[in-house]
Write a protein that binds this ligand. Structure first.
Ligand code: NGQ
Ligand code: ZN
Length: 464
């Protein structure tokens, strides 16, 4: 049956660029066992990819339930002559929505979302999961009920997952008591580790599933609770945290803690390659250099950051300092890594009035440089072996439609540019493999009709 675990590609994007006649082979566990360019005669019976093959992208930041509110907060909610909506007024609306999530609803929303991710070419997701309890804050009979629903949605869809149960303890700097509308999120380090233990026992780690933790933000934990949380984990487990997304939180951190958030964290904790600092939008020049040096990943979520009015991350300086990053769809206002990479570059073009800002002398094509970096940084943030078409990595890849107008007639060196920058018609991503399984075939996920029907039922229920 070996031929079922192999695929021949006329062109495949390997770590050092496009290669011809590549034979991909993997094992029953979904791990690549051989990647052989220049295979002139593939074994008889080997299937052929329908177009160029490239790695799937990890999505390093997701709050699955927020998918169901996409498009529903784009109106002015603040009243009065000088009224302005902002991140914090959006958050109030989001909390009202979070209060209505049920286990069944979350399962349906998450499964549809993960199908959308796969269709868009995301083959892994880091789920920053913080709705843990019933609406009044009491525990479900199974304390890991909601997290387990999300893990199950991922495995049903085929996407690889890093599940990051969130520690949310306080409502603001200085260990302020949680708000009424945060009760569903609240844990202590011990209760969160206990929840993680329950979840891990029910759904053990595998090649498709890894666990880590997410202290929500410096607003939501203290130095002591963060230390207690990290002390209860194995030393390699991924740690993700929201940081410095809004200037108001930077100001509050300076006021109560005497330092800016990124600096505060770097000064007190061993921030290294297991860490992902989500957003990190507001970093000064020193923090930009120090974050780059730490080898942590900056988790950039460009479409959400634009949607919420966060600000612009200093991407040019950070990449120039060899900083690592990956991309995430976060609130899911869009689910498309191509849009995240495009907006990363466009933010720099618009503020600098230049072009091809994030290219370098070694990597002259912006899309190639950003794709390679987001793949590597995203894989690092997942803590899973998902960094592209190499032996030992997960068999996750995308097959491009060779007739799509973004790449047709173009030479291979221009393909990634077309995929990232062209916005014409349907996606150029035709097929998607995750863990060696073809989960998307000709732009259709194997379960999409049924999952979409369930999503609509859940959404109708949430909007009642
Ligand atoms: C979240 N989302 O946890 O869903 C946050 C908003 C907060 C983003 N930061 C809540 N995009 O930061 O307090
Ligand atoms: Zn977030």
């Amino acid at each position: 049956m070996q031929t079922e675990l192999s695929l021949f590609a006329d062109h495949a994007y390997l770590p050092d660029g496009w290669h011809r006649n590549v034979l991909l082979q993997w094992d029953a566990a979904g791990t690549l066992t051989a990647v052989t360019p220049g295979t002139d005669a593939p074994p008889a019976g080997t299937r052929r990819a329908a177009g160029p093959v490239m790695p799937g992208m990890p999505n390093l930041h997701s709050h699955a339930f927020q998918r169901a509110m996409a498009g529903l907060t784009e109106y002015r909610a603040a009243s009065g002559a000088n009224a302005t909506d902002n991140f914090w007024s959006w958050r109030d609306l989001m909390y009202r929505f979070a209060a209505k999530i049920t286990p069944e609803g979350l399962a349906s929303v998450a499964q549809w979302l993960y199908i959308e991710m796969l269709k868009a070419g995301y083959t892994s997701v880091c789920e920053f999961h913080y709705v843990h309890h019933t609406p009044d804050g009491s525990r479900y009979t199974n304390q890991a009920e909601l997290a387990q629903r999300v893990v199950d949605a991922a495995s049903a869809s085929g996407i690889g997952m890093t599940m990051l149960p969130v520690l949310y303890q306080y409502s603001g700097f200085g260990s302020r008591a949680p708000r009424e509308d945060q009760q569903r999120f609240i844990n202590t380090p011990d209760s969160l580790l206990d929840l993680l233990g329950t979840l891990r026992a029910a759904r053990p780690e595998s090649a498709a599933l890894r666990y880590g933790v997410a202290p929500h933000s410096l607003r939501a934990v203290s130095a002591d609770s963060l230390r207690a949380l990290l002390g209860g984990l194995d030393a390699t487990a991924p740690v993700h945290i929201h940081i410095a997304e809004q200037t108001a939180e930077v100001d509050a951190c300076v006021e109560t803690e005497g330092a800016r958030p990124v600096q505060w964290l770097l000064d007190r904790f061993d921030v290294d390659s297991r860490w992902c600092l989500v957003h990190a939008t507001h970093v000064d020049a020193n923090e930009t250099q120090a974050l780059a040096k730490s080898r942590a990943v900056a988790g950039l979520c460009l479409t959400t950051e634009a949607n919420l009015g966060d600000g612009i991350f200093p991407a040019y300086d950070y990449l120039d300092a060899q900083g690592r990053f990956g991309v995430g769809s976060d609130s899911h206002i869009g689910v498309d890594w191509r849009a995240e990479l495009r907006l990363l570059e466009y933010g720099q073009r618009l503020t600098r009035r230049q072009r091809n800002v994030l290219a370098s002398t070694q990597a002259t094509h912006v899309a190639d440089r950003l794709f390679d970096a987001a793949l590597e940084g995203g894989a690092q943030a997942t803590g899973r072996a998902v960094s592209g078409l190499q032996v030992g990595q997960r068999a996750d890849w995308l097959v491009l439609d060779p007739d799509h107008s973004s790449i047709a007639e173009h030479a291979p060196h221009a393909w990634l540019s077309g995929v990232v920058f062209c916005e014409h018609g349907e996606t150029p991503i035709r097929d998607v493999y995750a863990g060696g399984q073809k989960v998307v075939d000709n732009r259709r996920h194997r379960d999409e009709e049924a999952a979409y029907a369930r999503y609509r039922v859940a959404l109708a229920d949430l909007l009642k």
